[in-house]
Design a protein around this ligand. Structure first.
Ligand SMILES: Nc1nc2c(c(=O)[nH]1)N[C@H]1C(S)=C(S)[C@@H](COP(=O)(O)O)O[C@H]1N2
Ligand SMILES: [Mo]
Length: 523
């Protein structure tokens, strides 16, 4: 026991695999993406010349992937052990080994299709776990070696434990705890990842009769580069939710229960839902937390079933004024009953832009209500609707100080130029978007340097439920200026310039930017 060399390698190994497990777990929980190790395997496969891959497949059959993963894990293990031995001399040498491995993993993850900044998070968590676990393990080893180096205490009672026994025990206990946690974390990550892949597959195989692909309505585009596209692809659609782990629900497991102040409780399965008459429409959705000029807004083609019909089938009782919606993840929102039963297209949506909802946007079913902010209406992964009274309920955000009713406030935004950008002084074009869902935008106006408001040109809209693009030409002196925008809704209401913060019921004020007007350069 006295000579304790091998323990440094063990420390490196245990810390190393703890880091890998942590990064795997975060990757499984956070994203649709592979773990860093799998990403490395994929990158290796991609960079390996075709004939070599073919030979490997011929040799190993379909186990080639597992084999590659195994090789990577064994190589990592050797490096981890080596890093542990390096820790005996210095703390930074193993950190460099881990950092290099992290960079390799990060490169592989970034090389994957459609990866974003968030995909680096697993690597960062893994790296932190490495360092913490390694120092937890090498610290008793270091004390152990010091204790061994010291002269034995001549006064110690015969048979008394040597101080080195104590540090050895500390090391073993810590290693045991880390190994156990690594196993738990790795197993949970595997279960989460498997469930997710399963749902991903079910989603891919779904066929939704009656759901049509989005077709851009006529004349919605004003044709100015840099203005936000009128239709938002699902991948670019803003995402807001409180879910740490996004619910993954098999369509065959999904049910919606409509109950509360109704004559008949209704329980609806996914099949029953998609068998109903499909309703579709372009609806712009935005977040109450969107500041003036912010981009928590998107416009998509949604397909689903009218909620009004479902509520009618359940038979809403007199006195009800709200529907408390509950998500599979426990999130709740209180929606005004009127907005779900009037002639607007409030729907239980199962498709976005002609495809089954993306998991992040509420698969398999979410609510979409034109004219209301998301926090009071757009319940993702919705599983329960309780017909009730506002007086009797509190929902996730209303408990936290946000307003009970969340009608969308008219707003408008300048996309071109960006704040601080440049425009041609004479005839330069500016543009952006404006919205007043369920009322509609009638006009957009701009003001340069606080001067008179002038009308912009607006693009078309298929209904009052979507935003519009706008554009205008300016004619100003070269130099620095400000530009402000405001909307006018279909009722003639002019967007207020009074500035209000997002809390409690949405921001107001005119989006205003600085820009530099430049002279045309010929040539
Ligand atoms: N289950 C659940 N649904 C939710 C939320 C949430 O946190 N959990 N956030 C809401 C808010 S505040 C908004 S703005 C919209 C955003 O929908 P999106 O992520 O599809 O853009 O979802 C709403 N639905
Ligand atoms: Mo929101």
């Amino acid at each position: 026991m006295r000579s304790f060399r091998g323990s440094w390698s063990v420390a490196g190994l245990v810390a190393g695999f703890a880091g890998l497990a942590a990064s795997y777990f975060v990757a499984m929980v956070l994203t649709t993406r592979d773990s860093p190790v799998t990403a490395v395997a994929e990158l290796v496969t991609r960079l390996t010349p075709g004939p070599v891959v073919e030979r490997a497949i011929r040799l190993l059959g379909h186990h080639d992937k597992q084999f590659l993963l195994l090789v990577i894990l064994v190589l990592s293990g050797l490096l981890f052990a080596w890093a542990g031995r390096l820790a005996r001399r210095s703390w930074w040498a193993p950190a460099i080994v881990f950092a290099v491995l992290g960079v390799v993993g990060g490169t592989a993850v970034s090389a994957e299709r459609g990866s974003g900044a968030i995909d680096i998070l697993p690597i960062a968590v893994g790296f932190a776990t490495w360092l913490v676990c390694l120092s937890l393990l090498t610290d008793p080893l270091r004390r152990h070696e010091r204790a061994l180096a010291e002269e034995p205490d001549p006064d110690a009672a015969p048979g008394a434990p040597h101080p080195a026994d104590h540090t050895r025990r500390t090391f073993l206990i810590r290693a045991g705890i880390i190994v156990a946690s690594t196993t738990v974390v790795g197993t949970v990550g595997r279960v989460v990842g498997r469930g997710r892949r399963h749902v991903e597959e079910a989603r891919r195989l779904l066929r939704l009769p009656g759901v049509t692909a989005p077709q851009l309505p006529e004349a919605v585009r004003v044709g100015l580069d840099g203005v936000t596209p009128w239709a938002t692809p699902a991948g670019d659609f803003y995402r807001i939710d409180t879910a740490f782990v996004v619910p993954t629900i098999e369509p065959s497991d999904w049910q919606l229960r409509i109950h509360g102040m109704v004559d008949r409780e209704v329980v609806l399965t996914y099949q029953e839902l998609i068998d109903r008459q499909v309703t579709q429409g372009w609806v712009t959705l935005n977040c109450v937390s969107n500041p003036v000029g912010g981009n928590l807004i998107g416009n998509a083609w949604w397909s689903g079933v009218r909620i009004a019909d479902l509520l009618a089938a359940a038979g809403v009782q007199p006195g009800a004024d709200a529907v408390l919606q509950t998500s599979d993840d426990g999130w709740t929102c209180g929606t005004p009953l009127g907005a779900l039963t009037d002639d607007r297209n409030a729907m239980l949506a199962f498709a976005m832009n002609g495809r089954p909802l993306p998991i992040e946007h509420g698969f398999p079913v979410r609510t979409i209500v034109p004219g209301l902010y998301g926090y009071v209406s757009a319940c993702k992964w919705v599983v329960e609707m309780k017909v009730t009274r506002f007086a009797d309920i509190e929902a996730y955000w209303t408990k936290r100080g946000w307003a009970e009713l969340g009608p969308v406030k008219m707003s408008s935004r300048i996309d071109v130029p960006e704040d601080g950008g440049e425009v041609l002084a004479s005839g330069g074009r500016v543009g952006g978007v404006a919205w007043a869902q369920h009322t509609g935008i009638q006009a957009v106006e701009i003001s340069v340097d606080g001067g008179a408001w002038e009308r912009a040109v607006i693009g078309g809209a298929p209904s009052p439920d979507t935003w519009v693009q706008w554009t205008a030409r300016i004619d100003v002196e070269p130099g620095d200026h400000t530009l402000a925008v405001r909307g006018i809704d279909a009722d003639g209401l002019v967007q207020t310039g009074e500035e209000q913060d997002v809390l409690p019921d949405g921001a107001t004020g005119w989006h205003t930017i600085d820009f530099t007007a430049t002279e045309a350069t010929d040539g």
